[in-house]
Design a binder for this molecule. Structure first.
Ligand SMILES: NC(=O)c1ccc[n+]([C@@H]2O[C@H](COP(=O)([O-])OP(=O)(O)OC[C@H]3O[C@@H](n4cnc5c(N)ncnc54)[C@H](O)[C@@H]3O)[C@@H](O)[C@H]2O)c1
Ligand SMILES: [Zn+2]
Ligand SMILES: [Zn+2]
Length: 385
């Protein structure tokens, strides 16, 4: 089969790989029908995630048709068209039982922090992902969810990560009616977080980025205020204080993570020298721009090593800081309803449809924010296009 193949930082290509086979009675094999490139893949692409091995296939946002199931699989059958949450989760450990599917204790026994994630380095379990014609899906009774009849597969594929992550970002913010929410990052995740903040009763939503085209999109899609931190302000923290009666925002969401721009020291130590787990610039701004007693919600991804963050300010301001990998499966029932009822329209985020064969161009385009790219979707050679 054709599959994305990681060759080293900033070097990806497509090559022939053996089709995956069942390894366990609870496995399923799916023929991939839709697959996305995510901002999280950029951390791998840029070489910022430890133990990202040459030869790995990325891809944690995919849908597919089940073509084979192990003898213990009862929840999906051959022929089902499923969406596959990005978490690989066992469904029965102490954390899965609490709905913390992103923190499964079984699927990634080598790690103490994160559960397994498809196509996300050996730090996250070493499972090949869905940027390929076929993928092996472990614990097939838990994650894969049949796409409801009538749902557009473009909407379905965004339910594997972007929609639940945006939603959980807002949820973790503990938004109270009328709250001012500031979202750092107007990528697909930040845009969805801004959109979902209204569902929790926000009274004002502000999004911050440096890409005008994304800010423009966010303004229309998420009905929020949008500001460019490179053009509209000198100091983002001061700017946010100024527009919030000098109190700060009630909730700040970090939807940027380790690739953040905006602070030379963070960029050099975090992205160039890898002395910390990426640049923590947006997190810095979030902690400093939220009001005393406020909440910082972190969905932007950071690696396992340490980061330079203003802990003294977080402590002395009495902040609540929450973060996690998203528990996709926990949120799916509610979010499927929101999509079916037209409350959320995820497919509007998809700006590019790129053949799997051109994946290197896809990564370059998405990474460099070229051609007004917001969310690229990979088209499979077997899809008939
Ligand atoms: N927690 C989870 O489960 C989960 C799931 C999916 C994605 N993520 C993470 O969420 C983050 C966003 O994902 P995405 O797909 O939207 O990525 P993306 O790369 O498309 O978007 C990130 C945006 O942040 C902007 N940005 C850079 N520095 C900034 C700063 N200092 N302040 C404000 N904006 C800044 C960039 O211009 C870009 O538009 C990534 O870190 C990704 O790994 C987490
Ligand atoms: Zn993702
Ligand atoms: Zn588990």
């Amino acid at each position: 089969m054709l599959a994305m193949n990681y060759r080293g930082p900033k070097r990806v290509r497509v090559s022939e790989k053996p089709e995956p086979a069942l390894k366990h009675p609870e496995d399923a094999i799916v023929r991939v029908t839709r697959s996305c490139i995510c901002g999280s893949d950029l951390h791998l692409y840029n070489g910022n995630v430890p133990d990202t091995r040459v030869g790995m296939t990325f891809g944690h946002e995919f849908t597919g048709v089940v073509v084979e199931v192990g003898s213990d699989v009862t929840k999906v059958k051959v022929g089902d068209h499923v969406l596959v949450p990005f978490n690989v989760a066992c469904g029965r450990c102490v954390f899965c039982k609490q709905g913390m599917f992103g923190n499964c204790h079984e699927s990634n026994p080598e790690a103490t922090a994160v559960g397994a994630i498809f196509g996300y380095s050996h730090t996250a379990g070493g499972h090949d992902g869905g940027q390929a014609e076929y993928a092996r899906v472990p614990y097939a009774n838990v994650g894969p969810t049949v796409i409801p009849e009538g749902m557009d597969p473009d909407d379905a594929v965004l339910l594997t990560d972007v929609v639940p992550t945006g939603y959980q970002a807002a949820e973790m913010g503990g938004i109270q009616p009328g709250d001012t929410v500031v979202v750092f990052g107007a990528g697909p995740v930040g845009i969805m977080a801004a959109r979902c903040s209204w569902l929790f009763g926000a009274g004002r939503v502000i999004i911050i980025d440096k890409e005008d085209y994304r800010l423009e999109f966010a303004k229309n899609y998420a009905h929020c205020e949008a500001y460019n931190f490179e053009k509209d302000m000198d100091d983002p923290v001061l700017f946010i204080k100024k527009i919030t009666d000098w109190l700060g925002a009630d909730v700040c969401i970090d939807a940027v993570g380790a690739e953040a721009a905006g602070n030379a020291l963070q960029t050099i130590t975090g992205r160039k020298l890898l002395l910390q787990a990426g640049s923590a610039t947006a997190l810095h701004w979030a902690i400093n721009a939220v009001k005393k007693g406020g909440v910082v919600s972190i969905v932007g991804v950071y690696g396992p090593t340490d980061n330079l963050v203003p802990m003294g300010n977080a402590m002395n301001k009495g902040l609540t800081i929450r973060g996690n990998q998203t528990s996709v499966k926990r949120l799916l029932p509610r979010l499927i309803e929101h999509v079916q009822n037209g409350v959320l329209n995820p497919k509007a985020l998809i700006t590019h449809r790129i053949p799997l064969e051109d994946i290197a161009d896809g990564y370059r385009l998405f990474s460099a924010k070229l051609d007004n790219c917001i969310k690229p979707l990979l088209i499979m050679p077997n899809s008939g296009r």
